[in-house]
Design a protein around this ligand. Sequence first.
Ligand code: PMT
Length: 405
Amino acid sequence: MLNNKTIVVGVTGGIAVYKACDVVSRLKKLGANIHVVMTKSATEFVSPMTFQTLSNNFVTVDMFEEVKTWEVEHIELAKKADAFLIVPATANFIGKLANGIADDMLTTTVMATTSQLIVAPAMNTNMYKNPIVQENIEKLKRHGCIFIDPTSGLLACGDTGAGKLETPEKIVASVEKFFEEKEAKRDLEGIKILVTAGPTIESIDPVRYLTNRSSGKMGYSIASEAVKRGASVILVSGKTDLEVPSGLDKYIQIESAEDLYEAIIKEYNACDVVIQSAAVADYKPKTYSDKKIKKSDGDMIIELSRNKDIAQELGKIKGDKILIGFAAETNDLLENAKRKISKKNLDFIVANDLTTEGAGFKSDTNIVKIINSAGEISEYPKLLKTEVADVILDSLLKIMDNKDK
Ligand code: PMT
């Protein structure tokens, strides 16, 4: 059911507009409060009166039509929306949205909303496959839009292929799924989590450095899953090729282990939890040469000095914070992981064996064992790093629940 949910439905101009009537009717029957905004071209296919009758609310088309309330209408609608569904979405509308164009009632309202945008495209198959349209869709996905992909079949223009609006049943099911997922797991609301991710870089001279193989995927997955579950998240990351997850409280990019330490210490007091998945260099070159070191005929020895063990330092000033570490091992996984728990004063450690296929660095999956401070071990099969992130966050919640008892 969608009781108490306000959904703004944007209708753009294509033959599939008639199916949007069915979508509005179904959403209304599920208890949602629906406000329809149509583009001028959509009104060429179905009159606003149809949507007005189905939604039991005034339909808005024109920015400058006579006002029905004293509120600034597009802003008011944008604020009211719990979700914003565009059905059908034309190539033109998708293009405008992807490029920040707000030149009518619908595009200005969409631009002003902070609610989830759900877009159901419908268009000719060649238009849909056009790389420019696909690039626009990808761009919007990166900004967090949910797309309900069109199906394949005989299109109104006579062509056959992808571009047919998904059925009203499935569109409504996607909207329901969005609300279900949103409400199911807001179990980290009110918790401030600092996540570290990626590799550190220790410079030798202006062109050379020491680093490791961390891609950042594990840490970024933890950060984005924690955001989805309602946490306030600070991500402190070494250099990676990954897109910064949306919805973070703060993103801090660091280079060296020393930068990482300073960034954590600055934020530490305000955090409830620190999850340390960054692969931190234990050593750095003893001296940094500000000029490129010239090669000579013989071998070269670079002397290294010890970096701070950041996790151990945090362990010393733990207070009531929850500290979670990782153990990246190639041998004696459990013994090494257990030793790290007590040395670094951790609540639990996530141990991954770097020698196992599908675990550790770079892959989209990981195979982990979670070991708590009492030495209890939970083993997991090969999971996507996003799933491992959820397992870690579930373990965190268990610890928080036990603390409250
Ligand atoms: O980034 P990906 O490609 O997705 O790969 C994920 C990962 C393999 C990097 C990740 O799953 C992982 O294991 N991260 C920890 C890597 C590591 O440094 O492990 P460690 O066993 O050397 O260190 C133990 C813990 O102490 C870690 O939480 C580490 O962040 C911390 N540490 C280590 C050294 C140091 N000088 N300071 C630290 O705080």
